[in-house]
Design a protein around this ligand. Sequence first.
Ligand code: GLN
Length: 483
Amino acid sequence: MHQLTLAEIARGLADKSFSSEELTRALLARIQQLDPQLNSFISVTEELALGQARAADARRAAGETGALLGAPIAHKDLFCTQGVRTSCGSRMLDNFEAPYDATVVARLAEAGMVTLGKTNMDEFAMGSANESSHYGPVKNPWNLEHVPGGSSGGSAAAVAARLLPAATGTDTGGSIRQPAALTNLTGLKPTYGRVSRWGMIAYASSLDQGGPMARTAEDCALLLQAMAGFDAKDSTSIDEPVADYSADLNASLQGLRIGLPKEYFGAGLDPRIAELVQASVKELEKLGAVVKEISLPNMQHAIPAYYVIAPAEASSNLSRFDGVRFGHRCDNPKDLTDLYKRSRGEGFGTEVQRRIMVGTYALSAGYYDAYYLQAQKIRRLIKNDFMAAFNDVDLILGPTTPNPAWKLGAKNSDPVAAYLEDVYTITANLAGLPGLSMPAGFVEGLPVGVQLLAPYFQEGRLLNVAHRYQQVTDWHTRAPNGF
Ligand code: GLN
């Protein structure tokens, strides 16, 4: 049963091959058996899951239908989940039980999904390797000595290892697409404002966006359908009609114009990944797409700009964790300053502290103009590059990451080396555009992803192209040994 995709589970539940409770019990047993190797879950919510599964079975017995009714899901541990620990991968929130459900959690629960647990993640979603978690690193099921990517590394490892068919993630600079690429999944970062951020613990509010991670584009379409839509509780949510993502999956690619940015294929890209990207282009050409070279001239400035803007916003967002209202509080504070200092010093890990320092510096009087304002200007230039490119092409294609998954610990002493891994993903966040990563082959047994970017609100186009590609390739069906 654990090999089934969401679409297959939907059919199995509909024709009564199994019940949601049976499926839920089977997957909970699998998590218990296999997750100790991976560390992909921070919390397993067995009771909640069994209650939701029985409720879903009852709804079906009463005649209700719905593709996700009774299907399993896990949430990255930064989506607030009522009555369940929501840690954000941090010691700071180790004792925090959310008093309400995030909109994403609530919408998927209304659709009848069964929450199996909360997945491991980089602390406050800062990282690309899932090594900054207070709960320890996550292992990549394709090779347990390698990282699964981050920050949604727990969601990625759990789905790749067939512990469950799908999970939520969030993407501030690549945290859905990059771990999807490094674990052979399909992951979609929607347009900024497409999916509500309400109840998602903020990292960098102008960049954060939640989205689905699954094995196929077809499954991502089912999930996005339930997640997307206007939410009055999120002031940056956009009131734009939600397309029927599943209906568009089989649309023809005849005449689809795909742009390959010449800047993507320079030094820094593993040539074996470049080859796999070219092979994916060939497949899409066979399906009728036409390919041309384009340019994104400001791409080289994206990493420096992102690593000013994201920490700046984080330094502000994380100021609420002060040991006073909720979260970690130090023992026996001498006075209020001591309480703040020690609670924050003990509660936050090294990478989070580094970003708070960088962000506070970049926003401080005298440096604001030199760093933050400059970074915002670059952000606009990057957006303009995309707007110009999308005058000529319908879709942009390239690698998701410059390298396959690296060894645990390999980049720990050099944060900038890890930041450079985000080179292909962060521009979509800076511009607010939707992006998808899909499996496209292997290098030394480790998965490689291809990234597709589309104009605002064209998630349907991304899912359509990925789905058509997945009908003529089988990379996405490959499972790691032992799982
Ligand atoms: N790796 C990037 C960072 O550390 C992106 C993380 C994310 O998307 N949450 O900021």
